[in-house]
Ligand binder design. Sequence first.
Ligand code: GDP
Length: 424
Amino acid sequence: MVQTIVGANWGDEGKGKVTDVLAEKSDVVVRFQGGANAGHTIINEYGKFSLHLLPSGVFHQNVVNIIGPGVALNIEALLSELEGLTSRGVPMPQLLISDRAQVMMPYHVDFDKFEEERLGKNSFGSTKSGIAPFYSDKYAKVGIQVCQLYDEQILRERLEIALVKKNALLKELYHKPEIDIEELMAHLKVLAEKIKPMVCDTTLFLHKANKEGKVILLEGQLGSLRDVDHGIYPYTTSSSPVAGFGCVGAGVSPRDMTDIYCVTKAYSSCVGAGPFVVRMEGEEANELRMRGGDAGEFGATTGRPRDVGWFDAVATRYGVMVQGATEVVLTNLDVLGYLDEIPVCVAYEVDGKQITDFPATPTLMRCKPVYEKLPGWKCDIRGIKRYEDLPENCRKYVEYIEKVCEVPIHMVSNGPRRDEILYR
Ligand code: GDP
Protein backbone atom coordinates (compact mmCIF):
# COMPACT_ATOMS: atom_id res chain seq x y z
CA MET A 1 0.00 0.00 0.00
CA VAL A 2 1.50 3.29 -1.08
CA GLN A 3 0.27 6.55 0.41
CA THR A 4 1.55 9.92 -0.74
CA ILE A 5 1.76 13.27 1.00
CA VAL A 6 2.10 16.25 -1.29
CA GLY A 7 1.49 19.99 -1.28
CA ALA A 8 -1.33 21.78 -3.10
CA ASN A 9 0.32 25.15 -3.34
CA TRP A 10 3.74 26.83 -3.35
CA GLY A 11 5.28 24.60 -0.67
CA ASP A 12 5.40 25.07 3.13
CA GLU A 13 1.87 23.71 3.52
CA GLY A 14 2.84 21.68 6.59
CA LYS A 15 3.63 18.39 4.84
CA GLY A 16 6.44 17.60 7.29
CA LYS A 17 4.10 17.68 10.23
CA VAL A 18 1.50 15.57 8.46
CA THR A 19 4.17 13.04 7.42
CA ASP A 20 5.45 12.90 10.99
CA VAL A 21 1.86 12.16 12.14
CA LEU A 22 1.18 9.51 9.48
CA ALA A 23 4.65 7.95 9.82
CA GLU A 24 3.50 6.58 13.16
CA LYS A 25 1.31 4.12 11.25
CA SER A 26 3.75 3.49 8.41
CA ASP A 27 6.64 1.12 7.80
CA VAL A 28 8.57 3.06 5.19
CA VAL A 29 8.85 6.79 4.38
CA VAL A 30 10.36 7.79 1.04
CA ARG A 31 11.58 11.10 -0.35
CA PHE A 32 11.10 10.99 -4.12
CA GLN A 33 12.27 14.30 -5.57
CA GLY A 34 14.08 17.54 -4.82
CA GLY A 35 16.98 17.94 -2.46
CA ALA A 36 18.05 20.07 0.45
CA ASN A 37 16.30 23.09 -1.06
CA ALA A 38 13.14 23.02 1.03
CA GLY A 39 12.55 22.56 4.71
CA HIS A 40 9.94 20.61 6.63
CA THR A 41 9.32 21.81 10.15
CA ILE A 42 8.61 19.11 12.70
CA ILE A 43 7.86 19.64 16.36
CA ASN A 44 7.68 16.54 18.55
CA GLU A 45 8.95 15.13 21.84
CA TYR A 46 12.58 15.65 20.76
CA GLY A 47 12.13 19.37 20.02
CA LYS A 48 11.80 21.44 16.87
CA PHE A 49 13.57 20.29 13.71
CA SER A 50 13.89 21.55 10.19
CA LEU A 51 14.41 18.60 7.86
CA HIS A 52 15.71 19.29 4.37
CA LEU A 53 16.80 16.03 2.85
CA LEU A 54 15.91 13.43 5.42
CA PRO A 55 12.48 11.83 5.13
CA SER A 56 10.09 12.91 7.91
CA GLY A 57 9.89 9.35 9.27
CA VAL A 58 13.30 9.69 10.97
CA PHE A 59 11.75 10.28 14.39
CA HIS A 60 10.13 6.85 14.38
CA GLN A 61 12.50 4.00 15.19
CA ASN A 62 10.46 1.35 13.41
CA VAL A 63 10.26 3.30 10.15
CA VAL A 64 12.69 2.66 7.30
CA ASN A 65 13.49 5.98 5.64
CA ILE A 66 14.50 6.02 2.00
CA ILE A 67 16.18 8.51 -0.28
CA GLY A 68 14.69 7.50 -3.63
CA PRO A 69 16.35 7.60 -7.06
CA GLY A 70 14.54 10.85 -7.92
CA VAL A 71 16.23 12.83 -5.13
CA ALA A 72 19.11 15.27 -5.55
CA LEU A 73 21.42 13.79 -2.92
CA ASN A 74 23.75 16.27 -1.25
CA ILE A 75 25.79 13.81 0.80
CA GLU A 76 27.37 16.39 3.08
CA ALA A 77 24.00 17.98 3.80
CA LEU A 78 22.51 14.57 4.55
CA LEU A 79 25.31 13.64 6.95
CA SER A 80 25.10 16.94 8.75
CA GLU A 81 21.32 16.60 9.11
CA LEU A 82 21.79 13.14 10.60
CA GLU A 83 24.40 14.51 12.99
CA GLY A 84 21.98 17.32 13.86
CA LEU A 85 19.39 14.74 14.93
CA THR A 86 21.60 12.39 16.89
CA SER A 87 23.37 15.23 18.69
CA ARG A 88 19.96 16.28 20.03
CA GLY A 89 19.05 12.89 21.38
CA VAL A 90 17.12 11.41 18.44
CA PRO A 91 18.17 7.76 18.02
CA MET A 92 19.98 7.03 14.73
CA PRO A 93 17.15 6.40 12.24
CA GLN A 94 16.98 3.54 9.77
CA LEU A 95 18.02 5.09 6.46
CA LEU A 96 18.54 3.64 2.99
CA ILE A 97 19.87 5.47 -0.06
CA SER A 98 19.06 4.40 -3.60
CA ASP A 99 22.12 3.30 -5.54
CA ARG A 100 20.51 5.05 -8.51
CA ALA A 101 20.01 8.40 -6.79
CA GLN A 102 22.27 11.05 -8.25
CA VAL A 103 24.84 13.03 -6.33
CA MET A 104 24.63 16.76 -5.85
CA MET A 105 28.15 17.91 -6.66
CA PRO A 106 29.83 20.90 -5.02
CA TYR A 107 29.93 22.46 -8.50
CA HIS A 108 26.13 22.25 -8.80
CA VAL A 109 25.79 24.43 -5.73
CA ASP A 110 28.44 26.83 -7.06
CA PHE A 111 26.82 27.06 -10.50
CA ASP A 112 23.44 27.78 -8.92
CA LYS A 113 25.00 30.72 -7.06
CA PHE A 114 26.96 31.98 -10.04
CA GLU A 115 23.93 31.78 -12.31
CA GLU A 116 21.68 33.67 -9.89
CA GLU A 117 24.38 36.34 -9.65
CA ARG A 118 24.60 36.52 -13.43
CA LEU A 119 20.83 36.78 -13.86
CA GLY A 120 20.57 39.47 -11.16
CA LYS A 121 17.04 40.83 -10.99
CA ASN A 122 15.85 38.30 -13.60
CA SER A 123 16.66 35.36 -11.35
CA PHE A 124 14.00 32.74 -10.55
CA GLY A 125 14.28 32.87 -6.78
CA SER A 126 16.52 29.84 -6.33
CA THR A 127 17.47 28.66 -2.85
CA LYS A 128 20.96 28.26 -4.33
CA SER A 129 21.20 24.64 -3.26
CA GLY A 130 22.25 23.46 -6.70
CA ILE A 131 18.89 22.02 -7.75
CA ALA A 132 18.60 23.48 -11.27
CA PRO A 133 22.20 22.64 -12.31
CA PHE A 134 21.79 19.18 -10.77
CA TYR A 135 18.63 18.27 -12.71
CA SER A 136 20.03 19.86 -15.90
CA ASP A 137 23.01 17.52 -15.66
CA LYS A 138 20.82 14.54 -14.78
CA TYR A 139 18.69 14.92 -17.89
CA ALA A 140 21.70 15.84 -20.03
CA LYS A 141 23.11 12.52 -18.78
CA VAL A 142 26.25 13.97 -17.27
CA GLY A 143 25.13 13.35 -13.69
CA ILE A 144 26.78 10.91 -11.29
CA GLN A 145 24.74 8.10 -9.74
CA VAL A 146 25.56 6.96 -6.21
CA CYS A 147 26.57 3.52 -7.53
CA GLN A 148 29.18 5.15 -9.76
CA LEU A 149 30.98 6.53 -6.72
CA TYR A 150 32.21 3.03 -5.95
CA ASP A 151 34.00 2.42 -9.26
CA GLU A 152 37.01 4.69 -9.54
CA GLN A 153 37.49 4.24 -13.26
CA ILE A 154 33.85 4.90 -14.15
CA LEU A 155 33.73 7.88 -11.80
CA ARG A 156 36.86 9.39 -13.34
CA GLU A 157 35.52 8.94 -16.88
CA ARG A 158 32.16 10.46 -15.95
CA LEU A 159 33.77 13.43 -14.23
CA GLU A 160 36.19 14.02 -17.10
CA ILE A 161 33.22 14.32 -19.48
CA ALA A 162 31.32 16.65 -17.15
CA LEU A 163 34.25 18.83 -16.19
CA VAL A 164 35.26 19.85 -19.72
CA LYS A 165 32.05 21.88 -19.98
CA LYS A 166 32.03 22.98 -16.35
CA ASN A 167 35.54 24.34 -16.52
CA ALA A 168 34.90 26.13 -19.81
CA LEU A 169 31.89 27.86 -18.21
CA LEU A 170 33.76 28.67 -15.03
CA LYS A 171 36.58 30.25 -16.97
CA GLU A 172 34.75 32.03 -19.77
CA LEU A 173 31.31 32.86 -18.38
CA TYR A 174 31.68 33.15 -14.62
CA HIS A 175 35.41 34.03 -14.36
CA LYS A 176 35.92 31.66 -11.44
CA PRO A 177 38.64 29.10 -10.60
CA GLU A 178 38.42 25.78 -12.48
CA ILE A 179 37.66 22.44 -10.80
CA ASP A 180 40.53 20.06 -10.10
CA ILE A 181 39.45 16.49 -10.81
CA GLU A 182 41.90 14.93 -8.33
CA GLU A 183 40.65 17.08 -5.48
CA LEU A 184 37.06 16.30 -6.38
CA MET A 185 37.71 12.54 -6.62
CA ALA A 186 39.37 12.54 -3.18
CA HIS A 187 36.46 14.50 -1.69
CA LEU A 188 33.87 12.14 -3.19
CA LYS A 189 35.79 9.07 -2.01
CA VAL A 190 35.53 10.17 1.61
CA LEU A 191 31.80 10.93 1.31
CA ALA A 192 31.07 7.68 -0.54
CA GLU A 193 32.66 5.62 2.24
CA LYS A 194 30.54 7.36 4.86
CA ILE A 195 27.22 6.46 3.23
CA LYS A 196 28.24 3.04 1.91
CA PRO A 197 26.37 0.99 4.55
CA MET A 198 23.10 2.73 3.60
CA VAL A 199 23.36 2.34 -0.18
CA CYS A 200 21.25 -0.36 -1.81
CA ASP A 201 18.64 -1.11 -4.46
CA THR A 202 15.76 0.70 -2.76
CA THR A 203 13.37 -0.04 -5.62
CA LEU A 204 13.69 -3.75 -4.94
CA PHE A 205 13.34 -3.08 -1.20
CA LEU A 206 10.09 -1.17 -1.81
CA HIS A 207 8.75 -3.82 -4.15
CA LYS A 208 9.29 -6.49 -1.48
CA ALA A 209 7.91 -4.28 1.30
CA ASN A 210 4.76 -3.66 -0.72
CA LYS A 211 4.34 -7.36 -1.41
CA GLU A 212 4.59 -8.04 2.32
CA GLY A 213 1.74 -5.61 2.94
CA LYS A 214 3.86 -2.86 4.46
CA VAL A 215 2.58 0.72 4.50
CA ILE A 216 4.79 2.92 2.34
CA LEU A 217 4.54 6.69 2.64
CA LEU A 218 5.90 8.89 -0.14
CA GLU A 219 6.78 12.40 0.96
CA GLY A 220 6.76 15.21 -1.57
CA GLN A 221 8.59 18.46 -1.19
CA LEU A 222 7.30 21.90 -2.29
CA GLY A 223 3.86 21.82 -3.94
CA SER A 224 1.87 21.57 -7.19
CA LEU A 225 2.53 25.15 -8.23
CA ARG A 226 6.30 24.58 -8.14
CA ASP A 227 6.07 21.56 -10.42
CA VAL A 228 8.26 21.99 -13.46
CA ASP A 229 5.40 21.00 -15.82
CA HIS A 230 2.22 21.96 -14.01
CA GLY A 231 3.44 24.89 -11.95
CA ILE A 232 4.17 28.55 -12.53
CA TYR A 233 7.07 27.93 -14.91
CA PRO A 234 9.77 29.24 -14.94
CA TYR A 235 9.27 30.11 -11.26
CA THR A 236 9.19 26.43 -10.42
CA THR A 237 11.60 23.93 -9.09
CA SER A 238 13.44 21.69 -11.56
CA SER A 239 11.75 18.47 -10.50
CA SER A 240 8.21 17.23 -10.15
CA PRO A 241 6.54 17.38 -6.71
CA VAL A 242 3.28 15.84 -7.94
CA ALA A 243 2.09 12.51 -6.59
CA GLY A 244 2.18 10.91 -10.04
CA PHE A 245 5.90 11.45 -10.18
CA GLY A 246 6.15 9.78 -6.78
CA CYS A 247 6.01 6.41 -8.55
CA VAL A 248 8.97 7.33 -10.71
CA GLY A 249 11.07 9.16 -8.14
CA ALA A 250 10.55 6.58 -5.40
CA GLY A 251 10.36 3.46 -7.56
CA VAL A 252 6.88 2.09 -6.84
CA SER A 253 4.07 1.05 -9.13
CA PRO A 254 1.17 3.47 -9.82
CA ARG A 255 -1.05 0.40 -9.32
CA ASP A 256 -0.14 0.37 -5.64
CA MET A 257 -0.97 3.99 -4.87
CA THR A 258 -3.98 4.18 -2.62
CA ASP A 259 -4.24 7.48 -0.76
CA ILE A 260 -2.98 10.85 -1.95
CA TYR A 261 -3.03 13.36 0.90
CA CYS A 262 -2.81 16.87 -0.47
CA VAL A 263 -1.84 19.39 2.19
CA THR A 264 -2.94 23.02 2.12
CA LYS A 265 -2.93 25.85 4.62
CA ALA A 266 -6.03 27.71 5.74
CA TYR A 267 -4.42 30.80 4.11
CA SER A 268 -1.71 31.20 1.47
CA SER A 269 2.03 31.54 1.88
CA CYS A 270 4.67 31.62 -0.79
CA VAL A 271 8.41 31.97 -0.71
CA GLY A 272 10.43 32.62 -3.84
CA ALA A 273 9.75 34.51 -7.02
CA GLY A 274 6.82 34.36 -9.45
CA PRO A 275 3.17 35.38 -9.63
CA PHE A 276 1.21 35.07 -6.36
CA VAL A 277 -2.21 36.54 -7.01
CA VAL A 278 -3.32 36.83 -3.38
CA ARG A 279 -0.11 38.53 -2.19
CA MET A 280 -0.90 41.05 0.58
CA GLU A 281 1.15 44.04 1.60
CA GLY A 282 1.39 46.28 4.64
CA GLU A 283 0.06 45.79 8.13
CA GLU A 284 -2.51 43.15 7.19
CA ALA A 285 0.26 41.00 5.68
CA ASN A 286 2.63 41.57 8.60
CA GLU A 287 0.02 40.47 11.06
CA LEU A 288 -0.75 37.22 9.20
CA ARG A 289 2.97 36.56 8.61
CA MET A 290 3.83 36.97 12.29
CA ARG A 291 0.92 34.78 13.39
CA GLY A 292 1.45 32.06 10.74
CA GLY A 293 3.18 28.69 11.15
CA ASP A 294 4.88 27.84 14.43
CA ALA A 295 6.95 31.02 14.64
CA GLY A 296 5.87 33.30 11.82
CA GLU A 297 6.07 32.66 8.10
CA PHE A 298 9.80 32.57 7.40
CA GLY A 299 11.45 30.06 5.06
CA ALA A 300 12.72 26.93 6.84
CA THR A 301 15.75 26.73 4.51
CA THR A 302 16.51 30.35 3.73
CA GLY A 303 14.89 32.30 6.61
CA ARG A 304 13.35 34.55 3.92
CA PRO A 305 10.04 36.15 4.99
CA ARG A 306 7.27 34.35 3.12
CA ASP A 307 4.71 36.33 1.16
CA VAL A 308 1.27 35.73 2.58
CA GLY A 309 -2.34 36.11 1.48
CA TRP A 310 -5.80 34.71 2.07
CA PHE A 311 -6.80 31.22 0.97
CA ASP A 312 -6.70 31.01 -2.82
CA ALA A 313 -9.48 28.68 -3.97
CA VAL A 314 -8.53 28.99 -7.66
CA ALA A 315 -4.89 28.00 -7.13
CA THR A 316 -5.67 25.36 -4.50
CA ARG A 317 -8.40 23.60 -6.48
CA TYR A 318 -5.95 23.40 -9.38
CA GLY A 319 -3.16 22.19 -7.10
CA VAL A 320 -5.41 19.51 -5.62
CA MET A 321 -6.52 18.47 -9.11
CA VAL A 322 -3.01 17.98 -10.52
CA GLN A 323 -2.10 15.94 -7.46
CA GLY A 324 -5.08 13.66 -8.04
CA ALA A 325 -5.75 14.00 -4.31
CA THR A 326 -8.00 11.53 -2.55
CA GLU A 327 -8.18 13.87 0.43
CA VAL A 328 -7.12 17.34 1.45
CA VAL A 329 -5.40 17.97 4.78
CA LEU A 330 -5.99 21.48 6.09
CA THR A 331 -3.25 22.94 8.31
CA ASN A 332 -2.72 26.17 10.23
CA LEU A 333 -6.42 26.62 10.87
CA ASP A 334 -5.62 27.97 14.35
CA VAL A 335 -3.76 30.92 12.80
CA LEU A 336 -6.99 32.58 11.59
CA GLY A 337 -8.62 32.82 15.04
CA TYR A 338 -7.96 36.58 15.32
CA LEU A 339 -10.16 37.65 12.41
CA ASP A 340 -13.71 39.03 12.44
CA GLU A 341 -14.13 38.07 8.81
CA ILE A 342 -11.96 35.85 6.64
CA PRO A 343 -11.56 36.72 2.97
CA VAL A 344 -11.21 33.82 0.51
CA CYS A 345 -10.12 34.34 -3.09
CA VAL A 346 -12.87 32.66 -5.13
CA ALA A 347 -11.99 33.90 -8.63
CA TYR A 348 -9.40 35.87 -10.59
CA GLU A 349 -10.18 38.93 -12.63
CA VAL A 350 -8.29 39.23 -15.88
CA ASP A 351 -8.96 41.18 -19.08
CA GLY A 352 -12.32 42.34 -17.74
CA LYS A 353 -13.53 38.79 -17.02
CA GLN A 354 -13.72 36.58 -13.95
CA ILE A 355 -12.13 33.14 -14.16
CA THR A 356 -12.15 30.26 -11.70
CA ASP A 357 -9.69 27.95 -13.49
CA PHE A 358 -6.00 28.50 -12.79
CA PRO A 359 -4.32 29.80 -15.95
CA ALA A 360 -0.78 29.41 -17.33
CA THR A 361 1.89 31.87 -16.20
CA PRO A 362 1.56 34.76 -18.73
CA THR A 363 -2.17 35.15 -17.94
CA LEU A 364 -1.63 34.47 -14.25
CA MET A 365 0.74 37.45 -14.08
CA ARG A 366 -2.18 39.74 -14.99
CA CYS A 367 -4.76 38.24 -12.62
CA LYS A 368 -6.26 40.14 -9.69
CA PRO A 369 -8.00 38.37 -6.78
CA VAL A 370 -11.76 38.43 -6.24
CA TYR A 371 -12.70 37.86 -2.59
CA GLU A 372 -15.68 36.56 -0.72
CA LYS A 373 -15.82 36.94 3.08
CA LEU A 374 -16.63 34.26 5.61
CA PRO A 375 -17.39 34.96 9.27
CA GLY A 376 -14.48 34.39 11.67
CA TRP A 377 -14.65 32.45 14.97
CA LYS A 378 -12.63 34.86 17.10
CA CYS A 379 -11.03 32.44 19.51
CA ASP A 380 -7.99 30.22 19.95
CA ILE A 381 -8.73 26.68 18.75
CA ARG A 382 -5.38 25.20 19.83
CA GLY A 383 -5.88 22.56 22.45
CA ILE A 384 -9.20 21.40 21.01
CA LYS A 385 -9.04 17.64 20.55
CA ARG A 386 -12.23 16.78 18.67
CA TYR A 387 -13.40 18.24 15.39
CA GLU A 388 -16.96 18.53 16.71
CA ASP A 389 -15.70 20.85 19.46
CA LEU A 390 -14.50 23.49 17.01
CA PRO A 391 -16.59 26.67 16.90
CA GLU A 392 -19.37 26.49 14.33
CA ASN A 393 -17.90 29.19 12.07
CA CYS A 394 -14.60 27.36 12.10
CA ARG A 395 -16.26 24.12 10.99
CA LYS A 396 -18.12 26.09 8.33
CA TYR A 397 -14.81 27.45 7.06
CA VAL A 398 -13.45 23.88 6.77
CA GLU A 399 -16.62 22.77 4.96
CA TYR A 400 -16.34 25.73 2.62
CA ILE A 401 -12.75 24.87 1.72
CA GLU A 402 -13.71 21.24 1.22
CA LYS A 403 -16.41 22.35 -1.21
CA VAL A 404 -14.14 24.60 -3.26
CA CYS A 405 -11.37 21.96 -3.38
CA GLU A 406 -13.91 19.35 -4.54
CA VAL A 407 -12.13 16.70 -2.44
CA PRO A 408 -12.97 15.57 1.14
CA ILE A 409 -11.10 16.88 4.18
CA HIS A 410 -10.63 14.27 6.92
CA MET A 411 -7.74 15.81 8.81
CA VAL A 412 -7.45 19.32 10.17
CA SER A 413 -4.34 20.62 11.91
CA ASN A 414 -4.89 23.14 14.72
CA GLY A 415 -1.30 23.69 15.81
CA PRO A 416 2.25 22.84 14.77
CA ARG A 417 2.77 19.98 17.23
CA ARG A 418 2.37 16.33 16.33
CA ASP A 419 -0.66 15.84 18.58
CA GLU A 420 -2.50 18.91 17.28
CA ILE A 421 -4.55 17.16 14.65
CA LEU A 422 -8.33 16.63 14.43
CA TYR A 423 -10.04 13.85 12.51
CA ARG A 424 -13.41 14.31 10.88
P1 GDP B 1 6.39 21.78 4.68
O1 GDP B 1 7.61 22.10 3.88
O2 GDP B 1 5.18 21.58 3.84
O3 GDP B 1 6.62 20.67 5.65
O4 GDP B 1 6.04 23.08 5.55
P2 GDP B 1 7.01 23.95 6.49
O5 GDP B 1 7.44 23.15 7.63
O6 GDP B 1 8.03 24.64 5.68
O7 GDP B 1 5.99 25.10 6.94
C1 GDP B 1 4.85 24.84 7.65
C2 GDP B 1 4.85 25.71 8.89
O8 GDP B 1 3.60 25.59 9.53
C3 GDP B 1 5.86 25.29 9.93
O9 GDP B 1 6.27 26.42 10.64
C4 GDP B 1 5.06 24.33 10.82
O10 GDP B 1 5.59 24.21 12.12
C5 GDP B 1 3.75 25.04 10.84
N1 GDP B 1 2.55 24.25 11.05
C6 GDP B 1 2.17 23.08 10.51
N2 GDP B 1 0.89 22.80 10.85
C7 GDP B 1 0.48 23.84 11.63
C8 GDP B 1 -0.76 24.18 12.26
O11 GDP B 1 -1.76 23.47 12.15
N3 GDP B 1 -0.79 25.35 12.96
C9 GDP B 1 0.26 26.19 13.07
N4 GDP B 1 0.12 27.30 13.76
N5 GDP B 1 1.42 25.91 12.48
C10 GDP B 1 1.52 24.77 11.75
